[in-house]
Design a protein around this ligand. Sequence first.
Ligand code: HCA
Ligand code: CU
Length: 397
Amino acid sequence: MKNPNYYADLYNSYDKDPKKIRVLDSTLREGEQHPGVSFTNKQRIQIAWMLDYFGVDQIEISPVVSNDHKEAVKTIIKQGLKADIVSHGRALKEDIDVSLSCDAKWCAAYLGISDIHLKDKLRITREQAMERAVETVEYAKAHGLKIRFTVEDGSRAEPEFLIKMCKAIEEAGVDRISLPDTVGIMRPIGMYNFVKKVRGQVNTPLDAHVHNDIGFALANAFAACDAGVDQIHTTIDGIGERTGIPALAEVSVALTFLFKSPNDFRLDMLQDLSRLIEGYTSIKPYDSKPVVGSSAYKHKAGTHLAAILKNPAAYEPIPPRTVGNRRRIVFGELAGKTGASYLMSILGLDKDNESAKAVALGLKNLRMGDLIEIPLEDRLEKKIINDEKGEKSEEND
Ligand code: HCA
Ligand code: CU
């Protein structure tokens, strides 16, 4: 039999030689903009270490928010991590100076370029915005920094001005340009068109920073990749302003399995990373959250249990261990004969057909919903169950 995902992979039609898509994690910048999130410096440093060990390419943090943050940036930069540490701030010389004072090698500067941001937020003209952007990039370059420039609210900016701006900062020597959908208003084809427009006019490497206001963030991030972006912004569990941005877990799993993008991610850390953030923020990811959610690998309906017990790939796209999660089966009124029979075998009962049917019916008639959940690993748990049964029968002998 072919790999169970073989035909799906054909539809996904990844390239023979897939390009590497990089990940910038912004848990320490965008993530801290999520209501209820405020890390201590010790936590920030630990999160940076873990993200680096996981294998992200860049870690973003803002030193201009507070003195505490500035200290955190300095300390994290001193750790000599593999990932670039990107020091994020406004498109102002004074913010670049703060990055410099932290000994940063990479900085990021953002400036709103949509009419509403220019007129009502910044109260500057397009010309002034252009001047400010170019000056910021030139200033950073003159001080030996690598700089990413974010054309904030770019998806709502007048396209000609967007291109003019991108060309001007490219000319000034910018190292990357972040194309954000700041208010999460794009659908995937729209994001594709937005990125494609810029990609056709500038050669600078592009980032996608996309918000999840209507639930399209993850899809938009990948539409942006299809259009030529080579770095996606994430946060652990997708935390960020309002409804946040794509989650690191979903992005890294999709890159690995759906895009076959070459990387060294330690995917088995994903659930631990999620738990770490849960512990530091008391924001619990909802149970059906992809990859890391507590229900992401639970199987319940009788027909599913019957299949899972034979071959878990029947109802799982990726094995749970791969992403640090665990498979569980849920017994209750939906368990069916196979579920009942398995439950009986775990309890050490003989499981003839008639009794299994009776137990399945009993579970249904109880009308108490889900009664118990047990972990079920590929071989391990089955072995334990068998061993225990062995011991029991010896005891009984
Ligand atoms: C912000 C805006 C930003 C910047 C994105 C980026 C956005 O909160 O500062 O720098 O790539 O969504 O536009 O997060
Ligand atoms: Cu953002």
